[in-house]
Every structure is written in C-alpha cells, then in structure tokens.
Write a protein that binds this ligand. Structure first.
Ligand SMILES: CC(C)(COP(=O)(O)OP(=O)(O)OC[C@H]1O[C@@H](n2cnc3c(N)ncnc32)[C@H](O)[C@@H]1OP(=O)(O)O)[C@@H](O)C(=O)NCCC(=O)NCCS
Length: 177
C-alpha cells in the first residue's frame, strides 16, 4: 500500500460511496455528514487515508477530529490527572476512526491512529492553545481493546466508553518548575 493522508473535501465525494465497515454508523457518518461537519457546521474535521498503489486513489480509512472537554471528576483512575485543579480538562477528540473492511489487519488502523495523534501533538506543541488529553468514545469492547493497545485508558465500564491518553508525557517539558 502507498498511503497518503488528505483532509476531506468535495473532490473526494466519489470515493466515499464505496467505503465498507461493519459499524454502519461509521459508514453513514462518512457518507452523509463528514463533509458538512467539516465545511459548513464546523463540528469536526475528517482526514482520509488514500491508497495510491494502483494509480487511482482508493479510500482505505478515515478519522475525524474535534475538540472536547472532559469532566474533572471522571479522571480519578489516572493519578496524574487526579492531581489537577477542579476544572474541566480540555482535549482533542478522536471522534471517529474506521478502516475499510477489505484492508483490515494490514496496519491501517495503526497508521490512522498515529496520524491523528501526530496532528494532535503538533497542535499541542506549536498551536496557540493548550490542552491536555487525547480522547475517544469507544463504541464497543473491540474498539476499546484497539484503543487500549495504543495507551488510552477507559474512564468507565459501559459503552460508549470514554477513553483518554494524557499528552503531557509525550510533549517536551516547557517548564523547569
Ligand atoms: C479497529 C480497527 C480500526 C482496526 O483496524 P486495522 O487496520 O485492522 O488495525 P491494524 O491492522 O492497524 O492493527 C493495529 C494494531 O492494533 C491491534 N488491533 C487491531 N484490532 C484490534 C482489536 N480489536 N483489539 C486489540 N488490538 C487490535 C493489532 O494487533 C495491531 O497491533 P500491532 O500494530 O502492535 O501489531 C478496524 O477494525 C475498524 O475499523 N473497526 C471498526 C471501527 C472501530 O472500532 N474503530 C475504533 C474506534 S477508536
């Protein structure tokens, strides 16, 4: 596979119809809402992983990012976060991530996750805003296992299950205090 990541725009419309995933809501979101959310409603931005190995690009997977605020009282399972002041904790939300069924198990999920986290860390390091968490809401136990594999910690036991990754250890230390 020769992968390229592109922010979703109108020119990608013809590629969306063929996307396949067992989670119908993830297919529906991509085909019906993702473009509107990115361009009109400003609710989330979606990125497509395009496989260009065969010449014509094929849609292999996607993820969507938005912002989120996590209730301070919900992070007691993470000692580092439990020491923070009693204010909501800002973060970037990995709102959706899905791989086309026909290319599952070939490293696409890892590619998408690492690209989403990479964009988040870039924003945390060079952007004009501060935030502490990388967050997702796992739809089911399989999604939660996938996210746990990459270090996200579940904040509860029910589904959808909010999961968080503390970004602080991944960022250069800005303060000597
Ligand atoms: C979960 C999903 C994204 C995995 O995609 P994939 O392309 O098959 O995953 P990869 O081949 O890149 O696997 C990446 C790593 O995750 C692991 N992994 C994949 N699925 C996993 C699962 N269900 N549970 C635990 N680990 C999993 C793999 O073993 C692999 O580990 P390694 O890189 O250390 O060897 C895909 O199955 C999917 O679209 N599922 C439906 C939507 C979903 O659950 N999204 C996650 C929302 S956060």
């Amino acid at each position: 596979m020769a992968l390229r990541l592109e922010p979703l725009n109108r020119s990608h419309r013809p590629l969306l119809a063929d996307f396949q995933n067992p989670q119908a809501s993830l297919v529906d979101y991509l085909q019906r809402y993702a473009l509107r959310h990115a361009e009109k409603d400003l609710l989330a931005r979606t990125y497509l992983a395009l496989d260009t190995a065969m010449g014509t690009p094929r849609l292999a997977g996607y993820f969507s990012l938005a912002t989120v605020s996590v209730e301070r009282a919900s992070v007691v399972r993470l000692p580092e976060l439990d020491r923070l002041p009693r204010f909501p904790i800002p973060g970037i939300l990995l709102a959706r991530l899905a791989v086309d069924t026909r290319v599952r198990g070939q490293g696409l999920g890892r590619y998408l996750f690492e690209e989403a986290l990479g964009l988040t860390l870039q924003l945390a390091q060079t952007g004009p805003v501060a935030f502490r968490l990388f967050v997702t809401d796992a739809i089911d136990a399989e999604a939660a296992r996938f996210c746990q594999h990459f270090g996200l910690v579940p904040l509860g036991d029910d589904f959808p299950c909010r999961m968080v990754l503390d970004l602080r250890p991944l960022l250069p230390n800005r303060s000597s205090t």
